[in-house]
Write a new protein. Structure first.
Length: 506
């Protein structure tokens, strides 16, 4: 008998990717087929297996859209092919999500299923707008309502009389198109015209918007503000909210578009940090990291590690590239047993810890020059043999300092940064139109690669602000004639974001 599949009806959460449950994320990672709604954040699919079949089933009106029957069919067919299927739905899978039909179809076809709850939009939108749905002072009950049925006068299940007198908070899903009818029906049935209403659009995203007005004026306010779906309508005293509690939108970086200009891995890391602070990351790949660990020099250096007194790593990239090559040669961290290790910065030391190595010297410094100075102060380097394992593009300051201190230095390149293919036209247009708030630069090689695509004049002539992680990237920007608005006092990615926040919070 053919293998029978299994289906998981998974809630993707309200928007922001990391608001999915651990179980949901784990199932996305292992699924063989993922059937995705329009409202589920596409970023979640980055977790999927590279061989997973991904089927988008938007239910909007027009071409390329799917009916519920078609979706049910695909779901059942994929499971019957023997696949582990994840049906990924926005928010909670069953909250206004046609879950009943999908589950019944699976049941009839004899396919097993599991429902994985998600955070529904109403809960997240209220909390991300500082609105407490069950504030005990005035809302001991909450109703979740579909706004779709406001239209169908005959077959509606909505009892407007009950809703108009509901002693708590009403939350309407799918109600932007019928907002006028909702307001009319509530008022016609006795809800006071001054009842507070809040609309929360794009909840939990850096593009979140909140519009407030009394019930009688909400339609006009919303059309003036050009609110577009997805949005929720919150009605009742709770909707008034407390501006002091609007934590999400009050973050200094909320809604700010910040461009990361590093290699793909570095950009992804920076993007996560920007999202954490409420900003909108734009990832622009300037360079990719190319290992140089197949060179004879690298192999010679490996064989000679035990002859050295100190080995110095200056970046997490270097550590990753080194251990990758080491593993391929069938060796491991034990080759460092007899030498001392120093790192540039705590992050590089943390990367070493992943391979079971605790560095002997980790000063809290951010440039090669400072590291050299501190190492000289820490120990006598005269006649000491030092192996530098770092980027081919790193500056000469560190080896020169060490040589001056009497050390014997071997500077072995582990990797280089090569310019990426990315086209700068789209970003250039966004910069010119004022859609970008900040450009961030974390290395001279990304400065060079960035301005090879987008001319310095474009940046200088626009509103966009330019942040540099430290003096080395700053000098490169100066050299190209780029206006630098900020050089981070602490030369780390977090230090740079702190400094941007400082300026935005003014
Ligand atoms: N199952 C989903 C709801 C599906 S109905 C859930 O549990 O959230 C679709 C409606 O959800 C939209 O019309 C809108 O009212 C609401 N919605 C979904 N995501 C939203 C978001 N990020 N911001 C505001 N409203 C959202």
């Amino acid at each position: 008998m053919a293998k029978k599949g299994f289906a998981y009806l998974v809630g993707a959460g309200p928007g922001r990717a990391d608001l999915i449950t651990l179980r949901g994320a784990e199932l996305i990672r292992s699924a063989e087929c993922i059937i995705v709604d329009k409202l589920a954040n596409p970023a979640l699919l980055e977790m999927a297996r590279s061989d997973a079949e991904i089927i988008n089933v938007p239910k909007r009106i027009g071409p390329g859209s799917f009916t519920q029957d078609q979706i049910n069919r695909i779901l059942v067919d994929k499971a019957l092919e023997g696949k582990i299927v994840v049906r990924l739905k926005g928010g909670d899978p069953c909250m206004f999500g046609r879950c009943t039909e999908e589950a019944m179809m699976l049941n009839e076809a004899g396919v097993g299923f599991e429902i994985v709850p998600g955070i529904t939009a109403a809960i997240a939108a209220a909390e991300y707008a500082g609105i407490m749905l069950t504030d005990r002072r005035y809302s001991s009950q909450v109703a979740f309502i579909t706004g779709r049925e406001a239209e169908g006068k005959e077959d509606t299940n909505l009892d407007w009389n009950v809703l108009a007198h509901f002693p708590g908070t009403l939350v309407f899903y799918m109600g932007i198109g019928t907002l006028g009818l909702i307001a009319e029906n509530l008022m016609a049935n006795g809800m006071p015209a001054e009842t507070p209403v809040a609309l929360v659009a794009n909840a939990t995203f850096p593009t979140q918007r909140v519009v407030r007005a009394p019930l009688s004026g909400i339609v006009q306010t919303c059309s003036r503000a050009r609110i577009e779906p997805p949005a929720l309508i919150i009605v009742g005293p709770a909707a008034e909210g407390d501006t002091e509690l609007n934590w999400f939108m009050q973050q200094p970086l909320f809604g700010k578009s910040i461009v990361a200009t590093r290699d793909p891995k570095g950009n992804a890391e920076l993007a996560r940090k920007i999202v954490d602070r409420g900003g909108r990351p734009v990832e622009f790949t300037t360079v990719t990291i190319k290992p140089q660990t197949e060179s004879n020099e690298f192999l010679k250096a490996l064989a000679a590690i035990t002859d050295h007194d100190w080995v110095i790593f200056t970046s997490p990239n270097g550590v990753a590239v080194f251990f990758d090559a080491l593993g391929k040669l069938g060796k491991d961290a034990r080759i460092f047993a007899a030498v001392k290790l120093a790192t540039l910065g705590v992050k590089t030391a943390k990367s070493l810890e992943r391979y079971g190595i605790r560095a002997d010297f980790v000063p809290t410094v951010f440039t090669g020059q400072e590291l050299g100075r501190q190492l000289m102060a820490h120990t006598n380097l005269r006649d000491k043999k030092i192996l530098l394992l770092r980027s081919e593009l790193a500056s000469n300051e560190l080896p020169e300092l060490l040589l001056k201190a009497g050390a014997k230095v071997w500077d072995v390149p582990l990797y280089t940064a090569v310019e990426a293919e990315e086209d700068g036209r789209e970003l250039s247009e966004q910069i010119q139109s004022g859609a970008i708030d900040w450009l961030t630069f974390a290395s001279p090689s990304s400065v060079r690669a960035f301005f090879a695509r987008i001319p310095p004049e474009t940046v200088n002539a626009s509103q966009v602000r330019v942040a540099s992680i430290g003096p080395v990237s700053g000098a490169e920007l100066d050299k190209l004639g780029v206006r630098v608005d900020l050089e981070a006092p602490e030369h780390t990615v977090d230090g740079m974001l702190d400094a941007i926040e400082g300026i935005e919070a003014r």
